[in-house]
Design a protein around this ligand. Structure first.
Ligand code: MD3
Ligand code: FE
Length: 215
C-alpha cells in the first residue's frame, strides 16, 4: 500500500531514513567526498540545447558519472574536464547501498551535487539509466533543503519535505520515476561544511546487470 505522510500520497517504494548518519559518520563522508572532489573537480554542467548553466555544481565517483552539456544528458566513464576516470565510490556509501537498497548488484554511479545558498534543481525525472529495478539512494550533507516530490506525470500533485544533514532517502518501486526537485536551501542550518552549502549524493545502478556474479 502506498504510504501517506500528509495531504498527498507518496508513491510506493519511497522511504526516508532521517538521521541515518550521525555527526561522526557525516564528517567521515564529507572528508571522503572532499577527496573525490580533489581528484575529480566540481564543475558547472549546462542544459542540453540551450547551454544554460546549472546553479548546482557537480562531480561523480564510480565507474560511470552523469554529465550534462549542450549535446545532452548521458553517463560516461571519465570527467568532462580532466578526461580521467571518476574516483571510486567511498566504501561507506557502498555499505549503505548493501544495507538499504534491496538490490543484488553494486551501484555504478554516485552523482555529487553541490548547492550554494541560491542553487535550485527544477522538477525532473531520473530516466537516463537502463535499469529501473534498482532504487536511487540519496544522502544529504550540510545545510537543509526543501525537497519536492510528485507523481509519474509532471502535473501530478507534489509534496514538500525538508531534508537535513545525515538523512538518507530511498526511491525504489514506483517512486523511482517520480518527478522531484529541490526548491530551496536553508543557509546556516548545519555546521558540517565550514563555508556552508549542501551536498547531495545519489547512488544509482545505470546498466542492466548481466549473468555475472552478484558483486
Ligand atoms: C526521487 N538530486 O541528482 S535527491 C538528482 O537533492 C536529484 O540533489 C536531488 O534529483 C538533490 O537527480 C534530489 C533525492 C532524489 C534522488 C533521485 C530520485 C529523489 C528522487 C529519483 C526518483 C525520484
Ligand atoms: Fe533527480
Amino acid at each position: 500500500m502506498p504510504s501517506s505522510t500528509g495531504e498527498n500520497t507518496l508513491l510506493d517504494g519511497f522511504r526516508l531514513v532521517p538521521g541515518r548518519l550521525d555527526r561522526e559518520a557525516q564528517e567521515a563522508l564529507r572528508d571522503a567526498i572532499r577527496a573525490v572532489a580533489v581528484e575529480a573537480p566540481l564543475y558547472r554542467p549546462s542544459m542540453p540545447r540551450t547551454g544554460k548553466p546549472f546553479s548546482v555544481r557537480m562531480t561523480n565517483c564510480g565507474p560511470l558519472g552523469w554529465v550534462s552539456d549542450q549535446s545532452g544528458y548521458r553517463y560516461q566513464p571519465t570527467h568532462p574536464g580532466t578526461g580521467r576516470p571518476w574516483p571510486a565510490i567511498p566504501e561507506v556509501l557502498l555499505s549503505l547501498w548493501k544495507e538499504l537498497a534491496d538490490y543484488p548488484h553494486p551501484p555504478e554511479a554516485c552523482l555529487v551535487n553541490f548547492y550554494e545558498a541560491e542553487a535550485r534543481m527544477g522538477l525532473h525525472q531520473d530516466s537516463d539509466e537502463a535499469e529501473f529495478a534498482a532504487p536511487v539512494l540519496s544522502v544529504s550533507l550540510g545545510d537543509s533543503c526543501l525537497f519536492r516530490i510528485g507523481g509519474l506525470d509532471r502535473r501530478d500533485p507534489t509534496r514538500s519535505l525538508r531534508l537535513a544533514s545525515g538523512d538518507v532517502l530511498l526511491l525504489g518501486g514506483a517512486s523511482r520515476l517520480a518527478f522531484h526537485g529541490v526548491d530551496r536551501i536553508y543557509p546556516g542550518t548545519s555546521t558540517l561544511l565550514a563555508q556552508g552549502g549542501r551536498i547531495n549524493l545519489t547512488l544509482r545502478r545505470v546498466t542492466k546487470p548481466d549473468e555475472s556474479p552478484e558483486w
